[in-house]
Design a protein around this ligand. Sequence first.
Ligand code: MD6
Ligand code: FE
Length: 217
Amino acid sequence: MATELAPGLIHHPGFLDPVARRRLADEVAAVLDAAPPVIPRMPRTGRALSVRMSNAGPLGWVSDRDGYRYQPTHPKTGQPWPAIPETALAAWEALAQYPAPPEACLINLYDPAARMGLHQDKDETDFSAPVVSLSLGAPALFRYGGLGRADPTRSIRLSDGDAVVIGGVSRLIFHGIDRLYPSADLLTEAPLPGLLPAGGRCNLTLRRVSATTGRWG
Ligand code: MD6
Ligand code: FE
């Protein structure tokens, strides 16, 4: 059962069944083999974020001292990003209600202590397309607010297999991950062994960017 948390902000608990979760985790492992995770850094300060990131698709989101941007190649290997996993493309087709495929699939890897500060996804140029997010592994506390950073916020738990769509008038809301809940059963079954420690989490966000590969921000 899907829940509309706010207009255009929709939570689909357990959207991926266990077979699809396993398949997506295997597809993500193959992507990460070709495009190893990188520690993103804040523009200017160079401060490291606590997540590790990689991408799939024609464009990937990269953050380093030079700024935030989408680019067609991996910053370390120089190779094009691998193709977006089939399971993720199918989720976009089912949930995005948008007539074109995603151009970018950002892969966030959370160690049990990792978090992500409140932010807006606004480095894209096409805000008519939603962002579709898929979660694997340990549950996480997802906080969302309004269009202003200081607006009141609410929180929900995102669990293994959940999908979230951020679109419509909610496309630019502030959101983030406050913490993970690395529970005992997940300690024995990490979704990406070797890539994530037990109790870790993987989140994929599918986006439309634009045909341009220039710099923003
Ligand atoms: C995460 N998610 O769940 C972080 N962004 O790890 C996001 O930042 C996000 O869940 C845009 C749309 C949906 C999201
Ligand atoms: Fe986001």
